[in-house]
Ligand binder design. Structure first.
Ligand SMILES: [Zn+2]
Length: 393
């Protein structure tokens, strides 16, 4: 999936082309001495990063120039700003600045709003400090908890959903359909067909939420196109990714090979358990993207923050650069709106996450009160957004 769409060259590069090293440049900000991990450039090394005019100006072993401000990142990990493709940050104006503190410099609200209420979510996205986008729920009500929004298939109104996208083309980047049995029951396949009808008319992806599905997963996967996203991939229970013997269904890997994107989607209930993560990752199914399914109460749930969610996969042996890729460049490639994000390439917007990788004993939670103990955990440390250091709350 890494090369599914070519990375579009960052637009600001030309601005800096004329600066020669003989010229004593003065930068706005230099982040010094961090372990810079940028899978978009195949980089994992100690580097200084210079920022000017809100964009990355240089990434070099040592930058001696002056800067208005310096961040000492020695002993820390420096990555492109994290992108969380399944959140509910658009529910209130408090959401976006809260997740920004965690290093999330780009988010997608996945279906909080449908045709009836997407305009409010879109307004939050437009007013957010960082880039925020949203998926319109195929159900006109948006997410309804705990009863579910698709038990009456008439809630999935194609004409109304299309009008909702039309009104909010600047921030709506896809269509969401929650298809678990408790949300959609026997309407899952028809709801997905309707979501595809809306999405394909705008050339947008669909994100589906799965788990304890009414229909066989094979039938659901058959309705997904290249670039569509499945969230909550490790949901246990009926019609999931594993058969009764714990083997990964060949249909799952086939969908992955043809370009369907597999998203973690931590959440709080029914979305993953350790047993499924362990069995699926042992058979080679790792997440392409991480997401939190975040909301403003996530700090006190098993989610905590995106770096904590990423740390769960350090515990399972996913290589750190692959983990960083999943939370940056892979996430950016899911939606064209994020084309110049998820990278520290010169010219890209200077959205940067600085994290600490601490060693110790850390307890992680699944959605069934199951705990696992890991030896490493990422903690958010500093955030730079558009070249400016974000004040820590
Ligand atoms: Zn969600």
């Amino acid at each position: 999936m890494m090369n599914r769409r070519q990375f579009v060259g960052a637009t600001g590069a030309a601005v800096f082309a004329g600066i020669s090293s003989a010229f004593a440049a003065t930068y706005d900000l230099i982040i010094k001495g961090g372990r810079v991990i940028d899978p978009s450039m195949g980089l994992d090394a100690t580097r200084d990063i210079a920022i000017s005019g809100g964009r990355i100006a240089a990434v070099e072993a040592s930058i001696a120039a002056d800067a208005a401000e310096t961040i000492d990142a020695r002993g820390k990990i420096v990555t492109a700003g994290l992108i969380d493709i399944h959140t509910h940050a658009g529910r209130s104006k408090e959401g976006p600045p809260m997740c920004l503190q965690d290093g999330v410099t780009g988010w997608v609200d996945a279906g909080s709003g449908g045709a009836d209420n997407i305009d409010a979510v879109a307004a939050i996205a437009r007013g957010a400090p960082q880039i925020g986008r949203c998926l319109v729920n195929i159900a006109r009500t948006g997410v309804v908890t705990p009863t579910g929004e698709l038990h009456d298939i008439n809630a999935a109104n194609v004409a109304m959903a299309k009008a909702a996208v039309e009104r909010n083309r600047d921030v709506v980047v896809g269509v969401k359909a929650r298809l678990s049995d408790n949300v959609a029951g026997a309407n899952d396949l028809e709801a997905l067909r309707r979501a595809q009808e809306v999405a394909t008319s705008f050339n947008l992806p669909v994100m589906i939420h799965v788990g304890q599905n009414y229909s066989p997963l094979r039938a659901i996967l058959a309705l997904l196109k290249r670039g569509d996203i499945i969230t909550h991939i490790y949901a246990p229970g009926k019609n999931g990714i594993l058969d009764e013997k714990g083997f990964l269904s060949p249909d799952v890997m086939a969908a992955h090979r043809r370009g369907v994107i597999f998203d973690f989607g931590n959440g709080v209930s029914d979305h993953f358990d350790w047993d499924t993560v362990e069995k699926a990752t042992k058979q080679g199914l790792w997440p392409d993207t991480f997401s939190t399914d975040w909301n403003t109460s996530s700090k006190t749930s098993g989610v905590v923050d995106l770096p904590n969610v990423m740390s769960k996969f350090i515990m399972y042996g996913m290589p750190l650069n692959q983990i960083i890729a999943a939370a940056t460049v892979n996430a950016a490639r899911c939606f064209p709106a994020f084309d110049d994000r998820g990278t520290l390439n010169v010219g890209a917007p200077a959205d940067i996450a600085i994290m600490e990788l601490r060693e110790g004993t850390f307890e992680f939670l699944d959605n069934y009160k199951g705990t696992r103990t890991g030896r490493q955990r990422l903690f958010p440390s500093e955030v730079v957004l558009g070249g400016k250091r974000v004040q820590r709350a």
